[in-house]
Design a protein around this ligand. Structure first.
Ligand code: MEV
Length: 440
């Protein structure tokens, strides 16, 4: 067996796993870094160890806050978790910009989620349809022990249908469900229902035909939930926009830039990435599944067969209007929303919202983020804002002291930041300091 092949790894302690990594993959310093990020409180560390298989340490990201978010007449300080340095600054700037104009109007269109049993049926489709109709109501009754609790919370199974997809793939059918999962993201609820229903079908079908006819292939929720959508708008009189000398020219440029994202996929994808910079940061901070949200959002952007921008801008009378519709399947109970202490704190900061309210907040942050990015792009460009953060990162890498950081920030106030220039200035500063120390 290869010397790096390992058996029983998951059962080892974190310390043993790190020792093993140090033997095969890591320097002593790398191993020490992993150990140094363990939480000082073993009970808290244990919570984090429970979130994934084989954890050896914790991975920190900044937990930031964007204040001044006026959404549906309520003022929020929004928690955001992201590694991209300019994202929170951009969100906070947009929140402040839109505040005097009434902020953002955000409305859940629906919270309906979907899930499917994917199956092959190798007999007359009419026979399958007859079987499905014969058992459907009985199965809904049988599922009561699983749906009762959800129904008490206002959710449950909304519909179930047999879909003939044989025009796409020979013998392919789905049992297609629509769910309301109340305040939970609902993954466990949905998948449990699907697996139960599929088991019932497998058990009962032999009374209708040969067991060979029916092959259940998969039972899984879908991350494509086009009905589970939020609509968010921001509106301001053009005259009142504080954007330099000519707000009308500015507004026209903004609308044009948004139109470019609608018609050009190269721009559209980047434009939507800017939206997701904001959405994902809220989704992550509140312990939701950002991969599901990403997959769903981009599929929705391509729903008409051509990828397009999720947001748009228009001039309506004297006003500039920004608008976006976005599918967002979020939860405020279940998953790690309450068990991850920082996700719980994030939700508390938002006033422990319902799933719908969280969807409205995340969508508003997405539109704010999008506005900030496009605003920068059509005015001073994106680099100026990025550069301040870039400078900080370079100085961090070069282990600059607080005094050196202050001096370099001043030097680069109006200068382009690049690694060599920063290094040169820092070395010059350090040399002159050494010189001063020697001659003092
Ligand atoms: C960078 O993370 C996001 C932007 O590229 C978005 C955009 O171009 O609209 C600035």
């Amino acid at each position: 067996m290869h010397e790096k092949f390992v058996e029983g790894f998951s059962k080892w302690t974190k310390a043993r796993k790190i020792d093993w990594l140090a033997r095969h993959y890591l320097s002593p310093a790398g191993a020490e870094t992993l150990r140094s990020y363990w939480h000082r409180d073993p009970a808290t560390q244990e919570i984090h160890d429970g979130f994934a298989e084989n954890p050896v340490s914790n991975f920190y990201l900044p937990f930031s806050v964007a204040p001044n978010f006026l959404i549906n007449d309520k003022v929020y300080a929004v928690p955001m978790v992201t590694e991209e340095s300019s994202v929170v600054a951009a969100a906070a700037k947009a929140a402040k910009f839109w505040f005097p104009h009434g902020g953002f109007r955000s409305r859940v269109i629906s919270k309906i989620k979907t899930g499917h049993i994917h199956l092959l049926y190798r007999n007359d489709p009419e026979k399958l349809k007859a079987f499905f109709e014969a058992v459907k109501h009985e199965y809904l009754r049988r599922l009561k022990p699983f749906t009762e609790n959800m129904e008490k919370r206002g959710g449950g199974i909304l519909s179930v249908e047999l879909e003939d997809l044989t025009h796409l793939l020979p013998n392919y059918f789905t049992v297609s469900f629509r769910f309301d999962t109340a305040d939970s993201m609902g993954a466990n609820f949905i998948n449990t229902i699907l697996e139960e229903w599929a088991d019932y079908m497998e058990e009962d079908y032999p009374a209708y035909g040969s067991p060979e006819d029916l092959e259940i292939v998969m039972r899984i929720l879908s991350n494509y939930n086009p009905e589970c959508r939020v609509k968010v708008t921001a509106r301001a009189p053009v005259e009142k926009l504080k954007v330099g000398e000519n707000p009308h020219r500015y507004a026209r440029r903004l609308v044009t830039a948004m139109d470019m994202a609608r018609v050009n996929v190269y721009r559209g994808v980047t434009h939507n990435k800017g939206i997701m910079n904001g959405v994902d940061a809220v989704v992550l901070a509140t312990g939701n599944d950002f991969r599901a949200v990403e997959a769903g959002a981009h599929a929705y952007a391509a729903r008409k067969g051509k990828y397009t921008a999720l947001s748009s801008a228009r001039l309506e009378g004297d006003s500039l209007v920004l608008e976006m519709e976005l599918p967002l399947a979020l939860g405020t109970v279940g998953g790690v929303t309450k068990t991850h202490p920082l996700a719980a704190a994030a939700l508390e900061m938002l006033g422990n919202p319902s799933a719908g309210e969280l969807m409205e907040i995340a969508a508003a942050v997405g539109l704010a983020q999008n506005f900030s990015a496009v605003h920068s792009l059509i005015t001073e460009g994106i680099q100026k804002g990025h550069m301040k953060m870039h400078l900080n990162n370079i100085l961090l890498q070069m282990q600059a002291t607080p005094e050196e950081r202050a001096a370099l920030t001043e030097i680069f106030k109006d200068r382009k930041v690049h690694v060599k220039a920063v290094k040169d200035e820092l070395n010059r500063l350090r040399k002159s300091k050494n010189h001063d120390n020697r001659t003092a």
